[in-house]
Design a protein around this ligand. Structure first.
Ligand code: HDD
Length: 750
């Protein structure tokens, strides 16, 4: 039977193509991608070109794709043009004689310069500043009750790429600004790409996507002078959020410690919207997605964030890459809060379609459904981190959307923006964006088309290509939208009445914070509003704060030197949600960075023991010494007194009291030289800052003079001296488990 032969041949080709496509993506039993025999070509996905394969991933679970990674910039023996012609010279333009004019005939010059001229692409209109990593997601199988998504099944490992970002700043802006952080994850599942495009704050500024251009225009630098960069401390931002009070909840989160994370590795992530999950029986549940970092949720203090803006604008980016390179793979558990899919789409009175509302975890616990491990840095920033294109509409069977009006607009915006940013509609073919599932679309042509499609009938129905390709059914892993029933309604430009409550949840958040966190919120509002020029805007913001809480309003008003207004909305009574506070929990200290200060006079054996004990506790030790010269053959110096600053370290371990070095300008008195017993002023500053920022400060007995120079109270909580380096490190690790020595912050007045 000739038809059967064709069918068999195609089935073989499909199987072969599947093997070739992504051999290292394990499929779970019963979750193989659909394999429908089709009688004509074309149908197999084009395999990646050798130079376009996905980056090699060595997983934390020990799995190695075996591909290895070639880190050389150029692989061939000879430099060539883009067309492969070997070059004898790329350093001189073609000229009429050594001193003569450059010739238009120099095609190599023109190719080189033309390509260079077009190296940049437009930065993202928001979230331009980002850092990313590869990893793996392992399903726990616990989501099976609510979702049939194959990648959530027990033990299934799915490659992922995660990009973290700030929202407001340009591509070259500083990492530690006060802002929301993006947390976007691309899951390369066997059923297609799933993108979870979330933030580190569980609510959003606006309830309807039509307001997105407004909030971003208000937050971005002023259009006349293009300042300030990457921050909200300016008139237009506060003008907008005080007039558009649905932004109040997101804004108070921004003003809290969540706006200045210690590390990208130490923040939560949220899907924000309520999504709809569909299980194998076709039953629907409403859910909110949460990422929970294994390392805990930690933040900088504001002064650290500001110092880092100058000291190390790449602090978060560097911290992520260094941790991964050191094998401290960051991990998050993915969890869901599950709510019954009722016609009202509310849970205990909370409107699930309102993206400015959370559901407290105490009311709906977060159920863990899988583990994310980031285990490989990108190979090339532009190719991967810059060109990755996320889209909330990249969904897989078992995950569907709801009618959240913010989500609806996003489903349009993300696809649309890539067309400008990545130069056309074929961005799904860029290696980092390619699905790991077979592709058999009928999309054709367009800018940057990489595929060489065969066949003549990229349309349906057709007879010329044998009717191919075919539609899949639910049993073949087709994506089928959940048939959500819709109530009859009139077309209106209106929000539901429940969207009008703008203050009860900001109050819930405020009341859930510990006193020291509340103090930070007060300080943040006060700082930001001090930067606002217009008095009327400050007064309007105080009016908003009065509707959250009278103490918050009074404290900020007093900092601004303005009267505190009365509330215009009766503050809702709220039950605090302890899960919203970052304090009160102990966390693992793995991957924390300890600065070990050593200088002339330090006992090198003790330095060695201290460093080894830090490492043995799973933390990173950076040795800080007067110069870069090794202290001993096995004691490499990572930071000099001139280059180290406290903000890089989670805690300090001081092994001696170094006298001022020749390059210590701070301590040198031109006439008499440094005072007897003086300590290098940079070490004193290092310790003083760490102390003020409530970091654990520890030392060997020889370090005591540093406490004096650094104005450290030796009796203060979290200041530790012990004879034995190992004991010092044990004490430090205990203190670090709560991130900071909170008791050392000034008692809050609020
Ligand atoms: Fe958005 C990028 C997160 C609302 C329009 N958004 C972007 C990124 C993140 C988010 C993490 C960066 C992705 C990356 O790393 O490439 N955005 C959110 C969240 C929102 C949200 C959590 C609300 C819950 N966004 C939102 C709305 C709109 C957009 C309402 C438009 C109506 N967002 C975009 C965009 C971006 C983007 C313009 C810029 C670059 C890109 O998409 O690829 O389309």
């Amino acid at each position: 039977n000739p038809m059967q032969k064709v069918v068999d041949a195609v089935a073989d080709a499909v199987a072969e193509a599947k093997d070739r496509a992504r051999p290292d993506v394990p499929g779970a039993p019963g979750v193989e991608p659909p394999s429908v025999a089709e009688p004509t070509e074309p149908r197999a996905p084009l395999p990646p070109k050798p130079d376009q394969d996905e980056p090699a991933v060595v997983s934390a679970t020990g799995r190695d794709s075996g591909a290895g990674r070639d880190v050389r910039a150029q692989n061939g023996g000879y430099l060539t043009t883009a067309q492969g012609a070997r070059l004898a010279d790329s350093d001189h333009s073609l000229k009429a004689g050594p001193r003569g004019p450059v010739l238009l005939a120099d095609h190599h010059l023109r190719e080189k310069i033309t390509h260079f001229d077009h190296e940049r692409i437009p930065e993202r209109v928001v979230h331009a500043r980002g850092a990313a990593a590869h990893g793996v997601f392992r399903g726990y199988g616990t989501a099976g009750e609510v979702s049939k998504a194959a990648f959530l099944a027990d033990g299934v490992e799915t490659p992922v790429f995660v990009r973290f970002s700030t929202v407001l700043g340009s591509r070259g802006s500083a990492d530690t600004v006060r802002d929301t952080r993006g947390f976007a994850t691309k899951f390369y599942t066997t059923e297609g790409v799933f993108d979870l495009v979330g933030n580190n704050i569980p609510v959003f500024f606006i309830q309807d996507a039509i307001k997105f251009p407004d909030v971003i225009h208000a937050g971005k630098p002023h259009p006349d002078r293009e300042i300030p960069q990457a921050q909200s401390a300016h008139d237009t931002f506060w003008d907008f959020v005080s007039l558009h009070t649905e932004a109040t909840h997101h804004t108070i989160w921004n003003m809290s410690d969540r706006g200045i994370p210690r590390s990208l590795r130490m923040m939560e992530g949220f899907g924000i919207h309520t999504f709809r999950l569909v299980n194998a029986e076709g039953a629907s549940s409403l859910v909110k997605f949460h990422w929970k970092p294994k390392a805990g949720v930690h933040s900088l203090v504001w002064e650290e964030a500001q110092l880092l803006g100058g000291m190390d604008p790449d602090f978060h980016r560097r911290d992520l890459a260094d941790a991964i390179e050191a094998g401290n793979f960051p991990q998050w558990e993915l969890g869901v809060q599950v709510f019954p899919d009722t016609p009202e789409q509310t849970f205990q009175g909370i409107d699930l379609l309102d993206p400015t509302k959370i559901v407290p975890e105490e009311l709906a616990p977060v159920r863990p459904i899988g583990l994310l491990t980031l285990n490989a840095n990108p190979t090339n920033y532009f190719a991967e981190t810059e060109q990755v294109a996320f889209h909330p509409g990249h969904l897989v069977p078992g995950i569907d959307v709801t009618d959240d009006p913010l989500l609806a607009g996003r489903l349009f915006s993300y696809l649309d923006t890539q067309i400008t940013r990545l130069g056309g509609p074929n961005f799904a073919q860029i290696p980092i964006n390619r699905t790991h599932a077979p592709v058999n679309d009928m999309l054709r042509d367009g800018f940057h088309q990489d595929a060489v499609h065969t066949g003549v009938a990229p349309y349906k129905p057709n007879s010329l290509d044998g009717g191919c390709p075919f539609f899949a059914g639910a049993d073949d892993h087709a994506y089928i939208e959940y048939p959500t029933p819709l109530a009859a309604a009139a077309k209106v430009r209106e929000a539901p009445a429940s969207f009008g409550d703008h203050f009860s949840q900001p109050r819930l958040f405020w009341l859930s914070l510990s006193p020291v966190e509340q103090q930070h919120v007060i300080a943040a509002y006060t700082f930001e509003l001090t930067k606002v020029y217009e008095q009327a805007i400050k007064e309007r913001v105080l009016g908003v704060l009065a509707n959250i809480d009278p103490t918050l309003c009074a404290e900020v008003a007093s900092g601004l030197g303005l009267p505190a207004p009365e509330a215009t909305v009766k503050p809702a009574g709220a039950t605090p949600s302890p899960a919203l506070s970052q304090l009160g929990t102990s966390w693992p200290v793995d991957g924390r960075v300890i600065g070990v200060v050593a200088g002339p006079g330090s006992d090198l054996d003790a330095v060695r023991q201290a460093r080894d004990a830090v490492r043995a506790a799973g933390m990173t030790a950076l040795l800080i010494a007067p110069t870069g010269a090794p202290l001993a053959e096995d004691l490499t110096v990572q930071r000099t007194f001139a280059a180290a600053r406290s903000v890089e370290f989670d805690a300090l371990l001081v092994t001696g009291a170094p006298a001022p070095g020749a390059d210590d300008l701070g301590a040198r008195d031109a006439k008499s030289g440094p005072a007897q017993g003086a300590v290098d002023s940079r070490v004193a500053l290092l310790v003083n800052e760490a102390y003020r920022h409530a970091k654990p400060v520890a030392g060997l007995p020889a370090a005591r003079p540093v406490w004096v120079s650094a104005a450290v109270d030796p009796q203060a909580p979290g200041v530790l001296v012990a004879d034995n380096p190992a004991d010092v490190v044990t004490g430090l690790a205990e203190l670090l488990a709560t991130h900071r020595v909170w008791a050392r912050f000034p008692a809050p007045t609020g």
